[in-house]
Design a protein around this ligand. Sequence first.
Ligand code: NAD
Length: 247
Amino acid sequence: MGMLEGKVALITGAATGIGAACARALAREGAQVACTSLPTDPIAEVVASIQAEGGQAIGVPLDVTNATQAAEVVDRIAGELGGIHILLNNAGITDDGLFLRMKPEAWRRVLAVNLDGVFHVTQPVVRHMVKQREGRIINISSVVGLMGNPGQANYAASKAALIGLTKTLARELGGRNILVNAVAPGFIQTPMTDKLSPEQRQALVANLAVPRLGTPEDIAAVVLFLASPAASYVTGEVINVSGGLYM
Ligand code: NAD
């Protein structure tokens, strides 16, 4: 028996990178996973790879910037799969540029996905979790939300905001048996970091205690812990998974 047997997990941005690795990890432990992502994302591929391993998954298009769609999708998934026990807020984008040159559109675009998107999905999910008297919410933040990063004012602000949200929800919802934590990845090998040049990659690795980029599976292992019975007294935490980039 997997340790998440009988649980339903909803993941945003689940088609690629960290979200896809987390979907596979939760499904391997027996969770039914609702893989949501933009309609243009390869959701069917991640669902097929989970099913090929004998896991249970469905794919549902969801743009987290659309509040109405988010509420509908959450209610539909909870109705069809029998509740939502685990929410992984993973969808996120970057639109980098030095602060003095940053266009308001780049600021708003990043905040709209990384922060507003989390609000749009989490509120309807929490309504279900409160009724169920059980829930785990895991927010994918970033070490740059803790340490800053030149060229990422919008992204760092959105990821720091998630930490404030995580701690506040942990305090509001702990009495309802809903635990809320954040994971702060360092630099992880995904489509998001594929844009880095070999020189940028080398410079990054030089700052790490563990001299390699992380893998999506490094993050999924910690997400799995936070979703599992082993973490039943952990809430309001931010766990850095950064190979020592931030400590
Ligand atoms: P990724 O680009 O593979 O994953 C992000 C996913 O979110 C993509 O599938 C993308 O299409 C989806 N997405 C974008 N806009 C969306 C929207 N409006 N609605 C729904 N889905 C949307 O990159 P990743 O590295 O796997 O990123 C996952 C999370 O991890 C992000 O929140 C990112 O900020 C965070 N993170 C990544 C790193 C890293 O080094 N890769 C480091 C720290 C934090």
